[in-house]
Ligand binder design. Sequence first.
Ligand code: ADP
Length: 296
Amino acid sequence: MRVAILSQDGSFYSTRRLMEAGLERGHEVQVLDFLRCAVMLHARSPQLWHKGQRCPRFDAAIPRIGPGKAIYGTAVARQLEIMGVPILNSAAAIACARDKLHCYQQLAGQGLPIPATGFTYACKDVETVLSGMNSKSVVMKLLKGSHGIGVVLAETLPTARALFEAFRGVEADVLVQECIDEARGVDLRCFVIGDRVAAAIQRKGPPGEFRANLHRGATAHPVVLTAQEEKIAVAAAQAIGLQVAGVDLLRTQRGALVIEVNASPGLEGIEKATQIDLADRTIAFLENWVVDRIVT
Ligand code: ADP
């Protein structure tokens, strides 16, 4: 197959691993920097150009859209879709995953377990949101944050009110969420491919840090999921419409809760911790998925 990987840089670990796996499995692989793509819209022949050259017809594509550039990344992904290219994670699913509120609404709509979460525009209405939390401390999250940036802990309700006012004062859209005290500093990252969790790790933040992001200095260890956790992780990816996803869970006294679904999950931390070749598994899945789409 001729496979396009949409990525800002071919030297990124995940992009490089997917490229290597694709080549090893006998495919032609081209990395397209989506910030150097041009989409040309003509009714009968939509085109994609990369660095001034018209792109050939691809058999499949894998978007790796980092935070901050989702508009351009999803525009290129959508262009490939309208050109009939099977794309492993659709533009709509990526856009949904990038918006934390939309993502939680999809999860809640499918009956999946999430922490109590609220959203409102006006400072006057923050009391309504705070009164719906099951915890004394709350977590506030910028709608489009990632790697733990824009996720802050308010230990008391007065701090929560003040923080909300500060965020709204600069017109930042922010979610309010119950803080899961028993999970502070620890979460699970489940790497979902199709209808399976291909690998899972437990991440632990450094002392005093409630966020367990690897980008914030957390450490990772392989973890065995319960059948229920695996089921929740797969269902969460499917609720957002993702074939490949990084689903983050918190282990709580009331079972696993989904806190995040990532459409371009990084391979480095989880491959190194588990020694599982997720790049190869992703390409193997892509091969079957493309064939299934041709047959059906
Ligand atoms: P990001 O997309 O920026 O990684 P997350 O929602 O995944 O944002 O939050 C970052 C980290 O903060 C999580 O990995 C988790 O360790 C911690 N965290 C997030 N939400 C909660 C919560 N409701 N209760 C306790 N810890 C949380």
